[in-house]
Design a protein around this ligand. Sequence first.
Ligand code: SF4
Length: 441
Amino acid sequence: MTNGKYIYLQTFGCQMNVHDSEKMLSILATHDYRPTDDIHRADIILLNTCSVRAKPEHKVYSALGRLKKFKEKNHQLIIGVGGCVAQQEGERLLDRIGHLDLVFGTHNLHRLPDLIDDIQASRRPMCAVEFYDEVRSLDIFPAPSDGEKVKSYVTIMQGCDNFCSFCIVPYVRGREKSRPSENILGEINALSKRGVKEVTLLGQNVNSYGKDLSGGFTFPQLLAHINEIEGIWRMRFTTSHPKDISEELILAFGKLEKVCKHIHLPFQSGSDRVLERMGRGYTRKQYMEKAERLREVCPGIGITADVMVGFPGEDERDFHETLDLIQRVQFENLFSFKFSPRNGTRAARYPDQIDESTKSHRLWVLQKLQKQITLKRNQELEGRYEEILVEGMSKAAKEEMTGRTSSNKVVNFKGSTDLIGQLVKVKIEKGYTNSLRGKIV
Ligand code: SF4
């Protein structure tokens, strides 16, 4: 490769993709590629894509369309697509987008420098979408960022074996592959030496961690070992599956002091009929019992979730059961979406699809309800004292700092930059829908 070239990378989708993008930059940095925010300067443009929902997938195609003029101006430019859309579409993407040079799937991230070398040598498009027994990118450490980094993601597994009827993940990320625990602990130890205080463990279904490793740790055992790492003060994890969350894991919230008081536990629907057709493997009653048990073991735990409206066949009664579950559980926040059929999944073939206007209306009703609950729960904290990890300067106001409570709520407060990376106590003065205002004590 030629020295000192620039890479422009755009990420679509979830935290897992954000972290994969960090890994791409890290592996390309070892081949003298430097990131740039200026697309006009780029020698390589990469899009790291998501196909879990229709909207981010459509955005990828729009972005690719806009890149055509860059290729026309600079024939040496390499344009590549990675991530879930790349995995799903493979060669079809190269056929469809004439100015595209590279398609690399979710198990091929580690090959990125070699693939780019091959394209430069042959000037021919390349497609790499094979699945491997071992996901080599799990062990790529992202490069240290400039300045002090307080928190970091750590991938512990990739893929999913659940095959929920609406979900494309098992097809585009592959089956569950856990990363050996010694590599995870090694990475977290290294992060702690760089000053990282909080780690978020990533996987499509973290509760299943270790099931595919012979003689390895279970997920709660992994948490117990991370709890012992000096210099790491907090740990979080996402995403948990309600059917796989064990009593042992629930007890870890009460036992391991570094496990933050927050869980993201997608419920998707409050109707048993819909849950059954989704193939989720739990009932509304079982979900609510787990939420209750979590609050028993860990009072004050913040519970957030994913929910969708307009799943095929969802009628008004099903939808009201979803609203009822939201009222009963009183989530801190929800990520709510309209169902969008994903090609190749069972739910895309269900005949009783719901029309867009009904979906939009249900989403509006649901989000309005959740907004009220979120505001109420944030206001309940007014007058209380919370420990927050200071992450940096607030985007909202100058001379303000920002951090998060253990329950994952954003708190803005007046303070100085030397607090970054510190745990500080604040008194909550005001609760809003998206954040809290506090005063350092
Ligand atoms: S558990 Fe999550 S990632 Fe796996 S298939 Fe279901 S929705 Fe998709």
